[in-house]
Design a protein around this ligand. Structure first.
Ligand SMILES: Nc1ncnc2c1ncn2[C@@H]1O[C@H](COP(=O)(O)OP(=O)(O)OP(=O)(O)O)[C@@H](O)[C@H]1O
Length: 635
């Protein structure tokens, strides 16, 4: 089949086979959306010399409106690195060369709203349906000043239709425990959320991984169709595509060892390789054949050296043919008409979308959080059952307390256990949820969807009421079954203390979940710190006897404040009957004095608790900003 590239090769008077899109001169080319030149990416090696390892070697190319480009290569070829560099999501290392969006340098703020990136892992709220997921994405991503609610709904319906999601419209996304949409549908929902904003550029990292061949074909076919129709320049990395999928792409970038072995029309790839002595057998999948050519053969030292030589030869040949054909690089940076720069730069900014106001963002996020939470029946039932079970267990363990010498010890025990119950059982389940949602937020933020504060406040205002409600059952059950001193004032002070402790615990989990990036590390750190607080809580060791070097812990120990409040609330003003032969405190005030838990009054303790919660909350927010802050390298 004759292509525009063949014609150019002929005008050059060379037999060099077909080349990249940039060589086309005979037909009007679609607009070049993205152009990259001499892109080189290096990372520090972990060896003793700290040398730089080159991951991408002087890579150049162009992505035009409406075309779908596959980046193909063996594992470790640098496909994802190239995709990340082009989409502005590369972290760490050294990136050089140039990347231009419509001829202008990219602006981090506006570029991330113009391009869409579909990650390999589809992070979404498992309890929302396909339609709800897309609806919330449209509310969060599309600005109200440009779109009415009806227009947003229309967009969602369009995406559902275009991505053939009608049948799954009301199916939940699901996760490992809740059955939801199929893998292919899930991927299409991910793509759909990105298409809502009408991106100019679409990047997809391994969109077919884990999918069967039919689902993979459908995903590529739909993406290609939408890209062509809407003039989106699409780049995707893909592992070993079938021959049918391979032939769907307009262009392919074949990569090996960080270098380009071929970049040009898919239809001419076989011809190109045949021209340099590698004829793809008739019945072989061309993608498999090319990947074999580009893969290092580790069987023996000899085969390794030979395959390395072959790959170098392929990359050198392509580089040479690029130069002969008037390469992408040589016609790029230097050749750009600078008068377009300002104009195109402005165009880039104009296409970027303004933000919605904070309250709208918060309201939308809070609604989405509540919906996701209230649909999580196993989690809610677990919370309730845990509360009821623990209240019965602890209530009957300290059943019907008396005002005698044993009653003193048991009263201290029960109030301590109540305080402890406002820590672990609150922190651990919510920490899991927070980690999952934090990662969704980081993904959504990479396309500037909403503010970190809106997310953080939304988490606080869903976790707190949920914990209050589920733990009130526990507190009330224990209070009455164990027969703690009943008087409305004491009960409500106790409940207020319990809520204050829960507030501190929620702010603590937000702090740990924000400050500790890795979830498994967070799950080690969180209980260790609470265990230390528990040991220094005032029941096991009298605070005044703890060595000065450790005594400071009390100031940052919510358990000690909480225990002091509940113990004072329970004991002050009480009188106890003393049995002969037992150690005995005649009054509750004596107990408070003996255990050194009356340093601060009840209200001072509550104030200190709330201050601690506020400090943790603010610190958590600062850490989250730091964790969520993009550290992308820009060119
Ligand atoms: N920040 C980094 N630090 C160290 N090495 C890196 C870094 N980024 C990429 N690499 C290395 O660069 C090479 C290319 O990585 P990349 O993820 O781009 O490959 P890939 O072609 O996408 O592979 P796969 O198909 O297996 O995902 C790999 O050897 C990888 O270990």
């Amino acid at each position: 089949m004759s292509t525009i590239f063949d014609e150019e090769a002929m005008t050059q008077g060379t037999h060099t086979p077909v080349l990249g899109a940039s060589h086309a001169v005979s037909a009007p080319q679609p607009e070049a959306i993205l152009r990259w030149d001499n892109l080189t990416y290096e990372v520090k090696s972990k060896d003793k010399q700290n040398t730089w390892r080159t991951i991408l070697h002087q890579i150049s190319g162009t992505a035009r409106a409406g075309e779908t480009i596959a980046i193909i290569g063996s594992s470790g070829a640098g496909k994802t690195t190239l995709l990340n560099a082009l989409s502005g999501r590369i972290v760490g290392g050294r990136l050089s060369g140039s990347i231009l969006y419509r001829g202008a340098k990219r602006h981090p703020g506006s570029f991330k709203r113009i391009n869409a990136y579909v990650q390999q892992d589809d992070l979404m709220h498992p309890m929302l349906t396909v339609h709800e997921t897309l609806t919330y994405a449209s509310r969060l991503r599309l600005p109200n000043i440009h779109y009415t609610p009806e227009q947003k709904a229309d967009r969602v319906n369009n995406v559902v239709r275009r991505l053939r999601l009608e049948a799954a419209r009301n199916t939940r996304i699901g996760n490992a425990t809740v059955r939801g949409v199929s893998g292919g549908e899930r991927k299409r929902v991910s793509i759909g959320t990105e298409l809502l904003t009408d991106p100019r550029l679409l990047f997809l990292d391994e969109p077919t991984s884990g999918l069967d061949s039919n689902s993979s074909e459908l995903v590529v076919e739909l993406v290609k169709g939408i890209s062509a129709e809407q003039g989106i320049a699409t780049l995707m990395t893909i592992h070993q595509p079938s021959a049918r999928i391979f032939n769907m792409f307009d262009k392919v970038i074949l990569m090996s060892q960080g270098r380009i072995v071929y970049f040009g029309a898919t239809s001419t790839a076989i011809e190109y390789f045949a021209g340099i002595g590698h004829q793809c057998p008739v019945h072989e999948n061309p993608a498999d054949y090319f990947i074999d050519l580009m893969t290092l053969d580790y069987r023996t030292d000899e085969t390794l050296a030979k395959s390395r030589e072959q790959i170098k030869g392929l990359a050198d040949t392509f580089e040479l043919s690029e130069k002969r054909g008037g390469s992408v690089s040589s016609s790029s940076v230097a050749g750009i008409d600078k008068s377009h720069l300002a104009l195109d730069g402005e165009a880039a900014v104009a296409h970027s979308l303004p933000r919605n106001n904070w309250f709208y963002e918060y309201g939308t996020l809070a609604r989405r959080d509540w919906l996701n939470l209230l649909r999580n029946v196993p989690f809610l039932v677990g919370q309730l059952v845990q509360g009821v079970f623990m209240s019965l267990l602890i209530g009957f363990m300290f059943f019907n307390l008396k005002y005698d010498s044993l009653g003193v010890q048991n009263r201290l025990g029960v109030v301590f256990v109540i305080i402890v119950n406002a820590t672990f059982p609150v922190i651990m389940p919510l920490l899991t949820l927070y980690y999952q949602e934090r990662d969704i937020m980081i993904r959504e933020r990479s396309s500037a969807t909403y503010r970190v504060t809106a997310f953080y406040v939304s988490k606080l205002t869903t976790f707190l009421p949920l914990s209050f409600v589920s733990n009130t059952v526990f507190f009330t059950g224990v209070y009455f079954i164990s027969h703690l001193t009943f008087d409305a004032g004491k009960y409500f002070v106790g409940l207020a203390t319990f809520f204050s402790m829960i507030t501190v615990s929620v702010s603590y989990l937000l702090l740990i979940g924000s400050a500790v990036k890795a979830m498994d590390v967070g799950f080690i750190v969180a209980p260790v710190i609470v265990t230390i607080q528990l040991l220094f809580g005032g029941l096991f060791a009298v605070p005044s006897t703890i060595p000065a070097v450790l005594r400071w812990i009390r100031w940052v120990n919510p358990i000690q404040y909480g225990f002091s409040i509940l113990a004072q609330n329970e004991l002050r003003g009480q009188e106890f009957s003393c049995s002969p032969g037992r150690q005995c405190y005649a009054t509750g005030d004596d107990v408070v004095l003996a255990y050194s838990i009356g340093r601060f009054t009840i209200w001072q303790n509550i104030l200190l608790l709330l201050m601690l919660g506020a400090v943790q909350c603010v610190a958590g927010y600062m850490f989250l900003r730091w964790v969520a802050r993009p550290r992308y390298i820009w060119l």
